[in-house]
Design a protein. Structure first.
Length: 256
């Protein structure tokens, strides 16, 4: 792929495809055990290969937890390799070094750090994306150094400004949108997780989120700092319940 061999990336997406095939078979009332077994075997192979390969390609930390889901944040080796990437590539010597070319990769990395439980690292990249735009004020992002993947057509069709980049970039926009959504609420199997990426700076204030779409229907929730009350209203109660990942302890109250 792209003239090299990102073996963990490619096989991670193969794992994701197999797990989704099994889900589709189940939804259609078909036997998906073949896909489940293939996914299980492939995940085992990924873990066996992780010691040798994981982290040697920058794409590994874009995809291990999100969106492929083959890795676990409880695995010490996975966490160690994410730490190495952060300290050597994304934030060397404690200074953020934004991805200069493939902006969607940094957004994907931030999503993985979020799922690792490292919200502060995720927010380093989120703040960068929210404050740095190719078209100022329009929250658009680019790919590559100039005219990437446009066959030089961009210069003839842009029509509205002398911006050298192809923008908006759909992949980056989608990555960032889904990352911000998961900061607020996300599914983890049959559980609904609230607040994985809510910053600690929000906690002294009252705030609320209304009618957020999830696998369990629309979800609304609010936080009241007096009493640290997190009130959650969910259309369909998740089989494994609602879990708070807000900074600090909360009094969780669920209606649904």
């Amino acid at each position: 792929m792209d003239h090299h061999f990102p073996i963990m990336w490619i096989n991670g997406f193969a794992f994701l495809g197999l797990t989704r095939a099994a889900l589709c078979a189940q939804a259609l009332g078909l036997d998906g055990s073949r896909f489940e077994q293939e996914a299980h075997d492939l995940r085992d192979a990924l873990y066996r290969s992780a010691l040798t390969f994981f982290g040697k390609n920058d794409r590994d930390v874009n995809s291990a937890l999100w969106p492929t889901g083959w890795a676990s944040r409880d695995d010490a080796l996975i966490v160690e390799r994410f730490d190495e990437f952060w300290n050597k590539v994304r934030c060397p010597s404690g200074k953020h070094a934004p991805e200069p070319l493939w902006t969607y990769f940094e957004a994907g990395q931030a999503h993985n750090y979020l799922l690792l439980g490292q919200r502060d690292r995720a927010w380093v990249s989120i703040e960068h994306f929210l404050s740095t735009h190719v078209a100022p004020g329009l929250y658009t992002y680019s790919e590559g150094e100039r005219d990437e993947n446009s066959s030089l057509l961009w210069q003839r069709t842009r029509g509205w400004d002398r911006i050298k980049y192809v923008t908006p970039h759909g992949w980056t926009a989608a990555e960032l949108f889904l990352l911000l959504r998961d900061c607020l609420a996300r599914e983890q199997g049959d559980a609904l997780i609230i607040g994985s990426g809510v910053p600690g700076a929000w906690m002294p204030e009252s705030w609320e989120v209304r009618n957020l779409p999830t696998h369990f229907g629309e979800v609304s929730f609010s936080f009241e700092p007096r009493g640290n009350i997190l009130a959650v209203e969910v259309e369909t109660p998740p089989p494994k319940g609602v879990i708070s990942e807000l900074p600090g302890p909360v009094d969780l109250r669920v209606v649904g």
